[in-house]
Design a protein around this ligand. Structure first.
Ligand SMILES: [Zn+2]
Length: 912
């Protein structure tokens, strides 16, 4: 699954567990740094979970009849059971379903035999007599709800493309089951290890298209619509089921034996052309990479106009938020195109890693997500090297939002006290849902990338092929993956991996040139705002190179290691291309040699130096002058990954300094760093320019606009006026940025114009661009107007509530956003799912940099939030405290650094 919400949904271990872990880690790390409990290969019986393992469903046949007037549905199902140990009762999962009839082996159970445990989401059927070993049949009738938010079966209201009355909204249905919501659709053994065949039948209006995992087997007319029967799936986990239906269109092609379709609401299917072509390329690549061809007869990719913000890898029927799948060559930006490719590459990788082979339990979620993130990025980079995806990102973002560097995001969170190991114990549904965070996705991906470059690409792929072949149509644990990779590489992969997967955090490697000319490397835990962190050690697959020479690989297995034969006058760079998941701190002589060698470093190595330097500033190991000193020494360039790293840092500081007397001075300095690059690029695209020039141009416009650059603001206003009269006059690449800058400095009249455009358009991507721009407006009166939209149905529910988060982030008025959210919390939370309910309120505090706000959040949590919110509250409290401390530190350090500059002038001079 992929999330594209404004705020990461990251949470971590419960506090007690974390404290215990830290204590144990502290206890053992001194003597036994790498001895961590060893996980076992997959065994159905030993897989964690709530459901007893003595009854196993093998085949489900489910029939659903939705009632669109009342937003309810009626269902029946027949489940073939294999009883392995005689039982007196059956236990399975249900949530918000009412059971109207239960029949076992043809015998109807009395009402008293049917018990629902709401809190544990369990249905227990007490049997009149013992059920013997062997095959049995369970039949259930039930009713359930069609939800407004994207969980279980849900409805979406949307405007049809080119509809004569755009205001008239259509309705369609979709499902979202991961992690634990299949049980809202039909009673089932809803844990990933209970694989079964699923056969779905649904009754829908006659003019609707219905889609599920497998092709339609038969259709027949009935009163009030038609009954659509789908073929049965191969054995799979319940959370991978899908059902989508509405007035839909599709385009199709084939890749070998596989039918590929892109499905969208009427009038939009043709916008799936790019996705269709990308899918064919990606599918072919994976068929070869995994060594097992895609196993289902068809692969549908379905664009949903609401419900959720990301994408979900239902086997054979992947669902996407519309703007993550549909590309309009006339109106979509280059950023959107790249997101689409990356998201498809991620989701299609899940067809093998996740669907064909599924993690045994949610504690191994990283196997699904870390792997799909790594594989998707690898595939995207393979076919689109010019996008620099390894350097730039791996998460789809709103086009208007400047991208974050995926690995960096994970490392930032992983350096804090609130982090957790990639692999973590999962006991409840809430914990399963909260496992979808940066650590799972991005640290997982970073570790796999580091491991692949250590083992070698071919050896790694050999291990993966072996793993897929050995576990297809079954489940696995991390241990199974390490075993396959160890066998292929003849290296102790499990031993190397243990520290990275089962410990929180990551190392810092310190480089010291000693008097005798040797270079000593020492490792320690790298932390930010985390005093008394338990010390930990890792087996680090290190790379290093004397600049200009080929890199060497070294497995660092102890606290300290010495490198011989490094010339005293040559620069030494560790972590070649930044592909390792660790930081490096150089001593002064080493750093100075590196600064002199900058023009000889690859862009990957320069980005790595920038990221490490910034992290060391955050960690209070180095002053901010070290970072800006590096920025000013960089050779002039328009390489996007490098410039975006700098833009992200400037943007962060600019946000931190809202209301600070130094902000003007800082903004002037920041502009002086960015303007030369923008001036070299210009407003208009030029023939022969790099493919990423459009992305960089947009990033710079957005950043310089935020930094109050008068020429950029005037330029955006002028282009917006022209656009209103002639929409084709403004390149789609620049639209999100130009609208955002116009929105930021909007008066009421401009705000209204943007709003009107947003209401009118039937394109989800354009809609987002306009509403994102509204959310940038900083005039407090307009801030309130924007916030009010979150309560209307102008935006899909999954997006509406994040309008408030965006206002908190973009406007410097986090206080107004919070007051609004607090007053309307109930109405806002009605638009989100259970996880959202736990994380939403705390997430709105993220952008405060004032200690008293941390206390306010704690007080609010005590009185108004469920205990499941505790990890998110702890994380945000840590973030506020970090920002407050960092702001105080920056205040004095920035003053010194900028003060030393020879009056930098308005926009032109500076270090570049
Ligand atoms: Zn995923």
């Amino acid at each position: 699954m992929r999330f594209a919400n404004a705020k990461s949904k990251g949470r971590c271990l419960g506090r007690e567990v974390r404290v215990l872990f830290q204590f144990l880690a502290a206890l053992f790390s001194v003597t036994l740094p790498a001895v961590i409990s060893v996980e076992k290969p997959f065994s159905f019986k030993e897989t964690p979970g709530k459901l007893p393992k003595d009854v196993v469903p093998t085949d489900y046949s489910v029939r659903i009849v939705p009632d669109l007037a009342k937003f309810i549905f009626a269902g029946t199902e027949t489940v073939k059971l294999n009883v392995r140990t005689p039982v007196h009762s059956l236990t399975l999962n249900v949530l918000e379903l009412e059971i109207t009839e239960a029949i076992v082996d043809g015998q109807t159970l009395p009402k008293s035999a049917v018990k629902i445990d709401k809190e544990n989401e369990l249905l227990t059927l007490t049997l009149p007599s013992e059920l013997a070993n062997g095959d049995h049949t369970l039949a259930l009738s039930f009713t359930g709800k069609i939800n407004q938010q994207g969980q279980g079966l849900f409805y979406m209201r949307y405007q049809e493309q080119r509809s004569p009355a755009a205001a008239e909204k259509k309705i369609m249905l979709g499902t979202q089951f991961e992690a634990t919501d299949a049980r809202r659709f039909f009673p089932c053994w809803d844990e990933p290890a209970f694989r079964a065949r699923f056969q779905l039948t649904a009754v829908v209006p006659e003019n609707w298209l219905a889609v599920s995992n497998m092709p339609v087997e038969s259709e027949k007319k009935m009163p009030g619509g038609k009954e659509v029967r789908f073929a049965a799936t191969p054995p799979m986990s319940s959370y991978l089921n899908v059902f989508v239906a509405g007035e839909l269109d599709f385009i199709e092609s084939r890749s070998g034996p596989t039918q590929i379709r892109v499905i969208a609401t009427k009038g939009k299917a043709e916008l799936g052309r790019y996705a269709l072509e990308a899918t064919a390329q990606i599918l072919q690549y994976y068929n070869d990479y995994f060594g097992v061809p895609y196993p289902l007869p068809k692969l549908d990719q379905i664009a949903l106009p609401g419900g959720f913000g990301g994408a979900m890898e239902n086997w054979g029927g992947i669902t996407y938020y519309e703007s993550a799948l549909l590309f309009d060559p006339k109106n979509s930006s280059a950023e959107t195109k790249q997101n689409i490719y990356e998201v498809i590459a991620h989701e299609v990788a899940h067809m093998w890693f996740g669907d064909l082979v599924t993690m045994a339990w949610w504690d191994n979620l990283w196997l699904n997500e870390g792997f799909a993130s790594w594989m998707g990025t690898k595939c995207t980079a393979r076919f689109n090297p010019q996008w620099e995806v390894w350097l730039r990102r791996n998460l789809p973002r709103d086009p208007s939002r400047r991208v974050g560097i995926a690995k960096e995001q994970a490392m930032e969170g992983d350096a804090r006290s609130t982090t957790h190991p990639i692999q973590q114990p999962i006991a409840t549904e809430a914990e399963a849902n909260s496992a979808f965070d940066d650590i799972t996705y991005k640290k997982g991906q970073s570790f796999l990338r580091m491991l692949e470059s250590f083992l070698g690409e071919d050896v790694f792929r050999g291990g993966i092929r072996h793993y897929i072949a050995a576990h297809k149509y079954s489940n696995s644990t991390t241990a199974d993956l390490w075993n396959a990779l160890s066998e292929a590489s003849k290296k102790p992969v499990a031993e190397i991996a243990a520290g990275w997967i089962q410990q929180p955090g990551f190392p810092l490697v310190k480089v010291n040139r000693e008097a005798d000319g040797k270079v000593r490397l020492t490792q320690e835990r790298f932390t930010v705002n985390f005093k008394k962190a338990p010390p930990l050690e890792w087996k680090i697959p290190l790379t290093y190179a004397v600049v200009g020479e080929a890199p060497t690989t070294l497995l660092m297995t102890s606290k300290s290691v010495v490198l011989e034969n490094i010339p005293a006058d040559r620069a030494l760079k560790l972590n070649a291309k930044g592909s390792g998941n660790y930081r490096v701190e150089y001593d002064e002589p080493s750093w100075n040699l590196l600064l002199q060698a900058l023009p000889k470093l690859s862009v990957e190595d320069r980005v790595n130096l920038l990221s490490d330097a910034w992290a060391l500033v955050q960690a209070n190991r180095l002053p901010v002058s070290l970072y800006f000193g590096l920025v000013e020494k960089l050779p002039a360039s328009t390489e996007i990954a490098e410039r975006e790293q700098i833009i992200n840092v400037l943007d962060f500081i600019n946000g931190l300094l809202v209301g600070d007397p130094q902000r003007d001075k800082f903004q002037r300095y920041a502009r002086s760093l960015l303007r030369p690059t923008f001036d070299a690029l210009g407003w208009e695209s030029k023939e022969g320019e790099a493919l990423t020039a459009g992305n960089l141009r947009a990033s710079l416009i957005n950043a310089l606009g935020d930094l109050d650059d008068p020429e950029i603001i005037a330029g955006c206003r002028e282009r917006f006026e022209k656009y209103l009269a002639h929409p084709t006059s403004l390149s789609p690449d620049l639209r999100p940025a130009v609208f955002a800058v116009v929105g930021r400095y909007a008066d009421e009249k401009t705000w209204n114009r943007l709003h009107e455009l947003g209401v009118k358009t039937t394109s989800i991507e354009e809609k987002q661009n306009y509403y994102n721009a509204l959310a940038c407006a900083t005039d407090p009166k307009l801030v309130k107007k924007t916030l009010g939209i979150a309560l209307t149905d102008e935006l899909p529910t999954s997006r509406a509530i994040f309008l408030v988060s965006r206002v908190a982030r973009e406007t410097g008025h986090s206080d107004i956003a919070w007051d609004f959210a607090k007053a309307n919390m109930k109405a806002l939370l009605a638009k989100t799912d259970a996880l959202g309910a736990n994380t939403y309120a705390p997430s709105l505090f993220t952008f405060f940099a004032d200690d008293s706000r941390a206390d306010k959040l704690k007080t609010y949590a005590k009185s108004s939030l469920p205990s499941a919110s505790a990890p998110e509250v702890a994380k945000v409290v840590d973030e506020i405290q970090f920002r407050a401390e960092f702001k105080r530190r920056l205040d004095s350090q920035l003053g010194d650094w900028i003060g030393k500059k020879q009056s930098p002038g308005e926009t032109r001079s500076g270090g570049l």
